[in-house]
Ligand binder design. Sequence first.
Ligand SMILES: Cc1cc2nc3c(=O)[nH]c(=O)nc-3n(C[C@H](O)[C@H](O)[C@H](O)COP(=O)(O)O)c2cc1C
Length: 246
Amino acid sequence: MDTMTLSPVWKKLLARQLQANIEKLGPSESYVSLATVRLDGTPANRTVVFRGFAGEHHEHDLGWESDLLTITCDQRSAKVKEIKKNPSYEVNWWMSGTQEQFRLHGHIHVYGDQHQIDRSLSSHVRNTKDATKTPVQADWWEGERRRQWLALGDGLRATFAQEAPGEPKIQEPDNQVRRLEIDNVDEQGRFCNKDAAKQALLDKGYKNFVLLFLTVSRVDHLLLPTGERTLYEQQQDGWRTVPLTG
Ligand SMILES: Cc1cc2nc3c(=O)[nH]c(=O)nc-3n(C[C@H](O)[C@H](O)[C@H](O)COP(=O)(O)O)c2cc1C
């Protein structure tokens, strides 16, 4: 049995295989299917981008380690309402370059202007250099949100200031802004654009920008070429690894 760690066996495996798949086939290997439960109890499923483990960067050591998957989304989207009612999720990740499937199960926590962070999430984050900095304070999560907002492409960032997603389209405004650049960040930490109209949209967009943090309690891994199937399951005292029949 694996002892309590923020880099359990399944995480190391997933990170290693994702890297291998991205090198082979490109960044689309970080697209995953995220299933939630609709308000009426029926299943909902959509493609989202895995944005990394909270506090971590796939190339640079940021000094933090966590076992929380991060996804970005618009707080006005249906999935946020669904998650607030029922935080259970399943992620299905097909990595075609290495022919393997990861099915992850756990709970989603929404974080943004209107969604406070659940204190229990602190135990999922650790400073790798200075243990006194753990557990993390409230502003650590805001730092994560800011980091992800900065990392978005200008085109995707603009969508957060457009009409709410999933509504019937009436008429697209002629002057719809398609790109929202961040020219600089001022001393108060505000994201700035030199154009006043775009500045208002940047402020509006950031309000709609939320992070989804996914805790993981179970991982079902299937390696297709060999048929090997393994279950990683969280127990009171750590992670248990169980080989399964295919
Ligand atoms: C390749 C791809 C990547 C996507 N990535 C995201 C994402 O990271 N976050 C997101 O909210 N929606 C993403 N979407 C859009 C969702 O699939 C979905 O259409 C949208 O979020 C609305 O879903 P909902 O109504 O269930 O909330 C992506 C779609 C595709 C095709």
